[in-house]
Design a protein around this ligand. Structure first.
Ligand code: ADP
Ligand code: MN
Ligand code: MN
Ligand code: MN
Length: 335
């Protein structure tokens, strides 16, 4: 009997920021990856005396690590009665997308992250004592004195492409050892599925290079940029009409606190009003404004249609939660 390997990936119950877990299953060729389970008492998802949690596959793709016919299986976590587990944020995201399917939301999420060395636990390429030169030359930089970790970034980009993920690009970021990749444009909850798998691939490829990627929103205190997950989005109306883009920004303004509360742990450390952010305590939007909560790209203002960028989400946000909130806030105001 011939078989393939299916790596089941899920989101655990770690507070305040969930982690990814995965385990491998050998499946006979010709069979779909089945519903499976795990020990929820080891992932902060169940008590020891009733530890079983259910893994239901929601998205599969080729496994670029193992190659061949092997696959990655993104799962949602269910209780044994097959209802969503409290840690399952995908179910509500899928419901919101279903409710507002007529608006045809698209999302493009810019995932920023920082490399740390495995042993010393400091940003990759930073000196043992003191700090690198101040920010200025690192963003989209080139050269061994400017960028740190490019081999990992290139391996990760290839892996995302080989997996068939909707990856849009990569770039080196403002803080040395900080990078970004973008997923999208694609609908929800698919953007969350692809982003969580891309995060898993980043960590998994980091193992090969002995480099740890972190989504810490403020990995180094002081005059160093934090890490965000700018969430670009559009509806069918926004893609046709500038007024709909403004209406979406106004809708977000009306629900600022709820979004901030769900955009990632320690968001107040990152959204200080400095380092290309608006303070978490205010909401403002503007054309080309990287100090705003929401930026309207200049091409969108010129063309009179397109999309807007919610710059508030942290790198450590849950994309299912972020997209669910945007769909409900913007969709609710539009209908
Ligand atoms: P930035 O200039 O902020 O660095 P990026 O180029 O990193 O922007 O990311 C822009 C993201 O917006 C990409 O992921 C892209 O796929 C996405 N995007 C482009 N057009 C749309 C659209 N109409 N709706 C939603 N997302 C879009
Ligand atoms: Mn970007
Ligand atoms: Mn960026
Ligand atoms: Mn951006």
């Amino acid at each position: 009997m011939s078989v393939y390997k299916a790596e089941y990936i899920w989101i655990d119950g770690t507070e305040p920021t969930a982690k990814l877990r995965s385990k491998g299953k050998v499946v006979p060729v010709g069979e779909e990856p089945p519903i499976w389970g795990f020990d929820g008492s080891s992932t902060n998802q169940a008590p020891g005396e009733a530890s079983d949690c259910v893994l239901r596959p929601v998205f599969t793709c080729p496994d670029p690590i193992r190659g061949g016919d092997n696959i990655l299986v993104m799962c949602e976590v269910l209780l044994p009665d097959m209802t969503p587990h409290p840690s399952n944020t995908r179910a509500a995201c899928a419901a919101a997308a279903e409710q507002y399917a007529g608006l045809d939301f698209w999302f493009g999420i810019e995932q920023e992250y920082t490399f740390f060395t495995g042993v010393r636990s400091q940003p990759l390429g930073w000196p043992d004592n003191g700090f690198p030169a101040p920010q200025g030359g690192y963003y989209c930089g080139v050269g061994s004195d400017e960028v740190f970790g490019r081999p990992v970034v290139e391996d990760h980009l290839d892996a995302c492409i080989d997996a068939g993920l909707q990856i849009a690009g990569i770039n080196a970021e403002v803080m040395p050892a900080q990078w970004e990749f973008q997923i999208g444009p694609i609908g929800a909850p698919a953007v969350g599925d692809h982003l969580w798998v891309a995060r898993w691939l980043l960590y998994r490829i980091g193992e090969r290079h002995n480099v740890a990627a972190t989504l810490d929103p403020k990995p180094v205190e002081g005059d160093w940029n934090g890490a965000g997950a700018h969430t670009n989005f559009s509806t069918n109306a926004m893609r046709e009409d500038y007024d709909a883009c403004i209406a979406a920004a106004e809708a977000l303004k009306g629900n600022h606190e709820e979004h901030i509360a769900n955009y990632g742990d320690r968001i107040e450390r990152r959204l200080t009003g400095l380092h290309e952010t608006a303070s978490y305590e205010e909401f403002k939007y503007g054309v080309s404004d990287r100090g705003a909560s929401v930026r309207i790209p200049w091409q969108v203002a010129r063309d009179g249609k397109g999309y807007i960028e919610d710059r508030r989400p942290n790198a450590n946000c849950d994309p299912y939660k972020v997209t669910e909130l945007i769909i409900n806030t913007v969709g609710g105001a539009a209908s």
